[in-house]
Design a protein around this ligand. Sequence first.
Ligand code: NDP
Ligand code: BG6
Length: 517
Amino acid sequence: MDCDEKNEECLALYRNSLKSADMDHDGTHFDGQYPHVFVILGASGDLARKKIYPTLWWLYRDNLLPTNTIFIGYARSKTTVETIREKCQEYMKVKPNEQERYEAFWRINHYVAGAYDQGADFEVLNKEMCKHEIGPVANRLFYLALPPSVFEPVTVNIKEKCMATKGWTRVIIEKPFGRDSASSDKLSNHLAGLFTEQQMYRIDHYLGKEMVQNLMTLRFGNRIFFPIWNRDNIASIQISFKEPFGTQGRGGYFDEFGIIRDIMQNHLLQILTLVAMERPVDLHPDSIRNEKVRVLKCIEPLEPKDVVLGQYVGKPGGVGDEALGYLDDPTVPKGSVTPTYALSALRIKNERWDGVPFILKCGKALNERKAEVRIQFKEVPGDIFDGKAKRNELVIKVQPGEALYVKMMVKTPGSPFDMEETELDLTYGSRYANIKLPDAYERLILDVFCGSQMHFVRSDELSEAWRIFTPLLHHIEGNGMKPIPYLYGSRGPKEADELLYNNNFTYSGSYKWKPNL
Ligand code: NDP
Ligand code: BG6
């Protein structure tokens, strides 16, 4: 079986599993035979070009969408589908044998130019949608690939002018969902006045990643993990995100938010909830989200003493970008104290986790690209090996290269007494070679078509997440905390490692991985 056949088999499995999963757990289904109109608001922007159009193309190419789906771009620019197509080209990854299908994809794309705050323009959009909605049922999806400043007028106009009259309407929103508790509550109240929670899909694209989705199966589908997943056995848990590049000219945007709002309060906290929550009563999206909220409620707001902040500076003698610090980005305001690195230690006050630090760590311009969960177990009690046994670790590698490994001790092969560190290793690239894992956005957009909210953020989750971070963010913004400089391409400030060690994480540096090449 060649790679394409394997992918075909894999896609067929994926289609079936989507249908059955949603029928079973959500009470909704994939309305395959009815017309669907997918509207991209902000069609001329960066997110639309780099992520949304490419994702829609891949879903269309792989026959994963309802047959009668069409796409309408909407933005202020007086542009055309042709121009949007040109702008998207470099992100679409079209293979030579897909050209015919690619042409067909663009033939079902349309464009309407209009202002975000003009009801009359949304009436034009509505007319365009109606043209394609032949038959008794038709569903509508709206993707807000827009800056938050226009969320309010756009959602009001969707509600007043563009709701589906013969099917469902679903609205997909991208972060930032506010800047703190007050602004997020304001946005949530605004949206709640227009749409039901079932109509809203708040995207956190980390919830679409394979290994993040795997956490539920790993935890609740394996007897071996259940008895050890607690404060009796686990010393600390570290959830990390690292990127090896800086703001790359997007500093103006980043500076308004900083790394805590960009990564920690959403992507890392979402992973934490899946690692720490109790077993849901079933797989219904609301049962899962109820447990996520329950565990968030057990976390106290972060205090400055449990946080280290950093900001990258250029590497002396560095070449290209690495010579430039955050403050050298011309779009960053002079003297900005916005953190580009943060490490924080959270505590979960419940029976399972009391006393186990959950360390969240994220940063830009670091030494590598990686996202992972590292569960470090306590030492073996009653040691008979003179302290040579190192702590076990279960590592869930989200990216790059999905993997799951347990670091453990064995007798050094062939030696009578010595012992050494090794691993039980499940590397997806070899165990599941040839299986094409869908991109996070592909899974999530498809979930919206199916009506599955399992991997989307509910408003009460969001409100709990802001409760934990808002006091710290206000403290930082009141100039209460300055970031520590760290070199571009380093592991971040050394003070962060100190906080890590003080939170029951040990690092020996002795483990050596020998990949099976
Ligand atoms: P290590 O013991 O080498 O490192 C653990 C982590 O500790 C590092 O990733 C690093 O992450 C952190 N660290 C480094 N220096 C310090 C320090 N001074 N103080 C505190 N923390 C420190 O084990 P790993 O599990 O990272 O494995 C080593 C390599 O092998 C990794 O690249 C891993 O991906 C790879 N591997 C891959 C497998 C697979 O793909 N299947 C299986 C097994 C290993 P940070 O900088 O984020 O703090
Ligand atoms: C986004 C952040 O949410 O996630 C970006 O705003 C970050 O700053 C990106 O680069 C990382 O996503 P991924 O999927 O590349 O890890």
